[in-house]
Design a protein around this ligand. Structure first.
Ligand code: SF4
Length: 768
């Protein structure tokens, strides 16, 4: 009989092939569902077993650490490396809740011990839209919840040091500073940053605190840094600024364009679906990106564009479609307006010119356009590669034009599908954590909306739209905002031009930070308020496909931490504006009363897999596809979009283009994902991806240290040299505090959405 040594080379997964019965379910799930193709059957006859090519350690293969092998193995030959447990696993408490990481919104079932320890993710669960599939973060990055670094008491800065304080002491101080500022300088001297990681109910209470209790519309959140241009652009074109279709129907498209989205790494479970459909030949996949991302490997056409050339690419495709007679004239006539002007504007985008502007071969542009134009249904999936530009709103409008030109709206497998980054960035927008709209995108400047909300909240409201994230940080630095209350955000890593943010926060008269960890931003605060994590509260998140889903409390709050809504409510009560919610379900009931899209929602109704908005009344089943038969705004509006280069283009001094983003294993500013040892073992080193030819010119070797400098500062990190990025382009993920990518980035804004140009700036790279 064969004996195999236990293979412990993967940080999360242990292989004991002595238990393997060679059913090959792990190989199949890795191949057919995830699409990572890391596992295979090796050897022959009695020696046959599961392994990797050349018996390479799993982390050195194409393994994406999704743990699907663990979830599917019937004999525990693949198991999660975790603490030993001497009781019956099946007796552990099971709680199914919603993933706290990306906007896909996977359901995850956790196992919890009697002592309240989160033991693991129960891989047998098939609940939710993800049907049991998870990515590395959802399956393995849960250790942060009970990490010793969790904030356990309020802190107040005394003599330059944060010291433990009681809740009463901390909240009284916050309320008195808000009152003082309001009396001296007016309500607009106070600003709040709400959070895409907080629940819908919490965002509702936080914006109500700003508007009803303080009297300012200075409330915004990180959607400003990711999808503000989607909200602005799609709302103008269609009347609604959200993903038009459902996750479930993306792979029903005959052609899928993925532009500016590294889907397999940033929205993995959606990435699996697209990759599977492409590999099985069910869809024609077109990938447009300056980096040869994983989806490019299975794409029919991969178009390597120059960063910031999106309007030219998309309008170029539209021009070819028009010239080839592939426009859907019937749809255009019946369902849209302003077409003639748009059509004329496309004369500026002949294919030769577009090829020069974008760096994409003319033939490839033509082939891709014909595929998209001829498909009976085709969808466009995009993300921050489109939105984070000084012309982000134009990028989004161009995409909307392309979908309308081909009649791909209001149909299954069609639409414009912006993938939202953080777990509840859609919900934070929906619930009014934006300076110009109340919940449900009701405009603060519209007297009717204002009157409606004044009646509901029993208080007079300001009709002046507030400041956006970047404007708030600027104003706080200049003394125009005196009290800044930041809930669950970390601008010291997430905002552009971090050195500027650093100075502004240092100059802020009174800074309050509410978080689960002492983040880089919290370290600078005058008062720190400890918040409960997603595991310690009930509520709802709204995922990227507009689906509100329940969150279930798994354990008691750590230390003295409290849910964010409770803290905001206590501040409001101290300011004299009474809020008396006793739970998140009650908050949802108020949300339903004042938010048209959520009118039919309640926690009771969300129990069975959630509901997609609009869900206007108690009998409405929710809306999987928007704009069927009619756009939300009536007719779809074609917009004229001009090509404009990025604000900062390479020159002699800064000859390379920097683009930033996320990687699979880490999440946002790393506060949660980096507090998991196994994740750090896999992806704990900050890096800069550099093209092989550029690296040769710079005499930089793979794995060596490099210094990146922009007009705003410099960072040092490890070089990752490969040909999977366009020559002249450098990619740096923004998760790492020790090499803050956003020290380098440009805070130039899109004039409409006020989103910064995080995706493009000029840098130089040197050996460090
Ligand atoms: Fe969580 Fe997103 Fe991964 Fe799903 S795909 S498990 S929602 S991080």
């Amino acid at each position: 009989m064969q004996h195999f040594d236990i293979d412990d080379r993967h940080p999360m997964v242990q292989q004991n092939m002595n238990k393997c019965i060679q059913c090959a379910k792990c190989v199949r799930i890795c191949d057919e569902v995830t699409g990572a193709e890391a596992l295979t059957l090796i050897e022959r006859g009695f020696s046959s077993t599961v392994g990797t090519a050349f018996n390479e350690p799993l982390p050195d293969t194409t393994c994406e650490a999704c743990g699907q092998c663990v979830s599917t193995c019937p004999t525990a030959a693949f198991t999660e490396k975790r603490d030993r447990f001497d009781r019956n696993y099946n007796e552990l408490k099971k709680v199914t809740t919603t993933c706290p990481y990306c906007g896909v919104g996977c359901s995850i079932t956790y196992r919890i011990t009697d002592e309240g320890k989160i033991f693991d993710v129960d891989s047998s669960s098939r609940e939710g839209l993800n049907k049991g599939n998870l990515c590395v973060k959802g399956r393995f990055a849960y250790k942060f919840i009970q990490h010793p670094d969790r904030l356990k008491t309020p802190l107040i800065k005394k003599n330059g040091k944060l010291e433990k304080a009681s809740w009463n002491e901390a909240l009284d101080l916050v309320a008195s500073k808000i009152n003082e500022s309001k009396e001296k300088h007016g309500s607009d001297s106070i600003a709040i940053l709400s959070s895409a990681r907080c629940t819908n109910e919490e965002n509702y209470v936080v914006q109500k605190l700003a508007r009803a209790a303080i009297g300012t519309n200075n409330v915004d959140h990180c959607a400003r840094l990711c999808h503000a241009s989607t909200v602005a652009g799609l709302a103008t074109a269609f009347g609604s600024g959200a993903m038009t279709n459902s996750i479930d129907d993306i792979d029903k498209a005959e052609t899928i364009i993925v532009i500016g989205s590294n889907t397999v790494e940033t929205h993995p479970v959606i990435g699996y679906k697209i990759r599977k459909a492409a590999r099985e030949g069910k869809t024609n996949l077109i990938v447009i990106d300056p980096r040869r991302i994983k989806l490019a490997e299975v794409a029919k056409y991969y178009l390597a564009q120059d960063p910031g050339s999106d309007v030219a690419v998309v309008n170029g495709l539209a021009k070819i479609i028009l010239d080839k007679g592939l426009a859907d004239e019937k749809f255009i006539k019946e369902r849209t307006e302003n077409y003639e002007e748009y059509k004329k504007s496309l004369d500026d985008f002949p294919v030769e010119k577009v090829s020069k502007l974008t760096g994409i071969d003319k033939e490839l542009l033509e082939k891709a356009a014909i595929d998209y134009g001829k498909a009976k249904n085709a969808t466009i999936v995009y993300s921050m590669g489109i939105t984070q530009h000084s012309h982000g709103t134009d990028n989004v409008k161009s995409i909307a034009n392309l979908a309308m030109l081909t009649g791909n709206m209001g149909i299954e497998g069609g639409g414009d599908n912006p993938l939202r980054g953080q777990n509840n960035v859609q919900g934070a927008c929906d619930l009014g954590a934006l300076p110009n709209v109340y919940c449900g995108y009701q405009k603060v400047a519209d007297p009717k909306s204002k009157e409606k909300m004044e009646k509901a909240w029993g208080v007079e409201l300001s009709d002046q739209p507030g400041l956006t994230v970047t404007e708030i940080i600027d104003a706080a630095g200049k003394g125009d905002v005196n009290v800044l209350y930041i809930v669950g955000e970390n601008p010291m890593l997430s905002d552009p031009d971090v050195n500027h943010v650093d100075k502004s926060l240092d100059n802020t008269e009174f800074l309050v930070v509410q978080d689960i960890f002492l983040s880089e931003t919290a370290e600078k605060a005058d008062v720190v308020l400890p918040a409960a994590s997603f595991a310690e509260k009930d509520g709802t998140y709204t995922n990227t496909e507009r689906r509100a889903q329940l969150l279930h409390k798994m354990i008691e709050p750590i230390g003295e931490s409290k849910p964010d809504w409770e803290i905001a409510q206590e501040i409001s009560n101290r300011l004299g504006y009474k809020m008396e919610f006793t739970g998140s379900s009650e908050i949802m009931d108020e949300i339903a009363e004042v938010t048209p899209q959520y009118g039919g929602m309640s926690h009771e109704r969300l129990k069975d897999g959630g509901l997609q908005w609009p869900c206007p009344d108690k009998n409405h089943p929710g809306t999987p596809i928007l704009h069927v038969g009619k756009f939300t705004r009536g007719k779809g509006l074609f917009a004229v979009t001009e090509y404009k280069p990025p604000i900062e283009v390479p020159d002699k001094e800064y000859p390379l283009t920097l683009t930033t983003g996320r990687i699979l294993e880490q999440y946002h500013t790393g506060t949660m994902s980096r507090r998991n040892e196994s994740i750090e073992e896999l992806a704990g080193v900050a890096f800069a991806q550099i093209n092989t030819i550029d690296a040769d010119k710079l005499k930089v070797k793979d794995g060596s240290k490099v210094k990146l400098t922009s007009r705003r500062g410099n960072i040092t990190c490890m070089a990752k040299v490969n040909p999977d990025i366009k020559e002249g382009v450098v990619f740096v993920p923004f998760h790492y505090a020790e090499a803050k990518a956003n020290i380098l980035t440009n805070k130039a804004l899109d004039p409409v959405a006020k989103i910064p140009e995080l995706k493009v700036c000029a840098v130089k790279v040197e050996k460090a």
